[in-house]
Design a protein around this ligand. Structure first.
Ligand SMILES: CC(C)(COP(=O)(O)OP(=O)(O)OC[C@H]1O[C@@H](n2cnc3c(N)ncnc32)[C@H](O)[C@@H]1OP(=O)(O)O)[C@@H](O)C(=O)NCCC(=O)NCCS
Length: 192
């Protein structure tokens, strides 16, 4: 198991979480914004427009966008791997720079999870590069929400990305998560 440093909290105040954000499933017309948010993050791999269209069409049940004053300011994409129906793999998550630190990412994840069936035990997986402290903090916070263990292991080593220069991606495992018992305390994080 790999060691994980805990980054300092950057803005955990109640005022920050009061940002009025509506969380919803993406629709086809959001695909371009998902691509732009990925590009503007300067961290995420930018996928093709076609891929974002497929996410919005075929995986919208496990994807979310966050909308503030009519503008999409964040998205998360996730899916259940066909061979592992008890794993929710969180693929990409991005929040526009000016909206970060306001629990937008956490609220999207909690909204997505609140849409899954009760009393089903599953594991949340995500890969994160060692240099991405914000994303590590987000998933640490998610694990804390469910009082679940978080385990970090080797995911996709650098060599698998050759010839591209790409940091290794460590695999984060959160679980087992059982949703039913958590419904009540999710409310403060879901969309307003
Ligand atoms: C990672 C990202 C999605 C987080 O979005 P966000 O809306 O700012 O995150 P939240 O406000 O919901 O924060 C959730 C938790 O993570 C912590 N956190 C978020 N960004 C942080 C940072 N830069 N430093 C330290 N902690 C951070 C928050 O403090 C919070 O924990 P807490 O409540 O215990 O304090 C955003 O920084 C981003 O879009 N980054 C670029 C794309 C990216 O790296 N995606 C992930 C790839 S795996």
């Amino acid at each position: 198991m790999m060691e994980l440093k805990t980054p300092a909290r950057h803005d955990p105040t109640a005022a920050a979480t009061a940002l009025p954000v509506a969380i919803r499933r993406p629709v086809l017309a959001d695909a371009g914004t998902l691509e732009s948010l990925a590009r503007e993050s300067e961290i995420l791999d930018v996928n093709s427009r076609y891929l974002y269209l497929l996410l919005c069409r075929d995986f919208s049940g496990t994807c979310r966008v966050a909308q503030c004053a009519g503008k999409v300011v964040g998205f998360v994409s996730a899916y259940f791997p066909p061979a592992q129906p008890h794993v929710l793999f969180v693929w990409q998550i991005a929040v526009a720079k000016e909206y970060r630190g306001k629990a937008v990412a956490l609220r999207m994840l909690m909204d997505l999870l609140s849409g899954l069936p009760d009393n089903q035990s599953f594991t949340i997986e995500a890969t994160i590069t060692p240099s991405n402290g914000a994303s590590q903090a987000l998933f640490q916070r998610l694990a804390a929400e469910f009082a679940c263990p978080l385990r970090v292991d080797q995911g996709f080593p650098e060599a698998l990305f050759a010839p591209a220069a790409h940091e290794s991606e460590r695999m984060f495992y959160i679980g087992p998560v059982v949703l039913g018992s958590h419904r009540g305390s999710m409310k403060e994080h879901t969309s307003s």
